[in-house]
Design a protein around this ligand. Sequence first.
Ligand code: NAD
Length: 494
Amino acid sequence: MNRISHWIDGKVEVGASGRSGPVFDPATGEQQASVDFASAAEVDRAVAVAKAAFPAWRSTSLSRRAEVLFRVRELVDANRKEIATLLSKEHGKVLGDALGEVARGLENIEFACGIPNLMKGSYSEQASTGIDVYSIKQPLGVVAGITPFNFPAMVPMWMFANALACGNTMVLKPSEKDPSASMFVAELLKQAGLPDGVYNVVNGDKVAVDRLLEHPDVQAISFVGSTPIARHIYETGTRNGKRVQALGGAKNHMLVLADADLDMAADAAVSAAYGSAGERCMAVSVVLASEAIADDLVAKIKDRIPAIKVGPAAEDGNEMGPLITGEHRDKVEGYIAGAADEGAQVLVDGREGAPARGFFVKPTLLDGVKPGMRCYDDEIFGPVLSITRVRGYDDGVALINANQYGNGTAIFTRDGGAARQFEFDVQVGMVGVNVPVPVPVSYYSFGGWKSSLFGDQHIYGPEGVNFYTRSKVVTRRWPDPRTSKVDLGFPQNR
Ligand code: NAD
């Protein structure tokens, strides 16, 4: 059976901890590989290698670093299909979806190619007589990334593109459920000319993560995953003096006003709820349907569901693959059963007719869902769309703002005034107007509010550059007899 190990100092390093975990093929339910789980000592070695590589990498000029990133861009572009195929094999998402993931990840590498411009500081000539003041951005040192199973290629790219471009060295701990894409991309970074040791991958579980959180030589942690773990990462990392950005879970609401284009809204709800089997932190999981149009909208959504082709990524034409593990499938099915028990109507039951092999649940539609029901309150992270009926705008916004999560949201309307008011009122980090999955382009930054993000800086884009650098301000003058004298007073500007 295929064994996946670590990538340290520019090569594969076979794990020595004696611990490992299974990597399943979610489309068949069978184990297809095992992944080594790093011990604390193996994490220490990766961090030591990254630390040793830091002085030379941070001294490498901006134009040489940009050159490496341009080559990374070319190699990822040339290997889109290979990366996407690895994603489909281990995650289960269909190839078109996997190619979309690679494309959105690549945009972050393209953004980081502009690092000479992004690292610019500011300069004030003659701040005082004969004295100039300027700020510079410098890298932090060794930074760590900890990533979730649902975007095994894109989320690491959110992190490493800016982290490395800014001159840091890095240790990535990918999800143990689908680690191969990270190993493959590490090889591409080497081919692109990234010096050995600058980028390292340790595979593993809580043991590796906890060591990264306490390691004195790790300066910053970027985390993307579920809210309970994000909170743990933030609290432990900051207690240990590290800079931390920890992105958590979500429960994204799509508010449909009575004047919306209902066909457009139905298409959007179906695409955003069931794409990637709902395993997206920006998936729409609740449609807030205004009473006046709720019956029509629900009928349009329900009509679209039978046409969705569910099956293995390896078979052409399928649009939705399986869930990541059998355990997760059972959890999602538990929410569907629970919804019926709590009084919601199961309009389409995805437990029925799902392929017998693999971890499949088909698209599910619940109506009459209300706060207080588990299917409303919890992040399900599966192909389950809930309809909650609201009187109109005020009711809808009140529900969104009362939710513990604040990752993404969308409003569907033709009323520009209502849309503008929504942007103003809503307590959510990423907002769509007639756009159901408003993932920001790479030159903005990605991040939610409330329990969807712990930390001060959003990920990637300009805030990503801020996160991976710290600023220094220099006050400078050159020898000039006209400005030099003994003066014991507090320095004042002249
Ligand atoms: P997860 O929290 O279970 O795992 C994320 C990472 O943390 C993995 O690398 C895992 O090995 C590690 N981990 C798991 N348990 C740990 C523990 N007890 N201690 C230390 N480390 C631990 O998340 P997941 O199931 O891989 O991913 C799905 C979740 O990620 C969903 O909640 C989803 O909303 C969220 N997500 C959020 C965003 C975002 O940008 N906000 C993006 C993608 C996914």
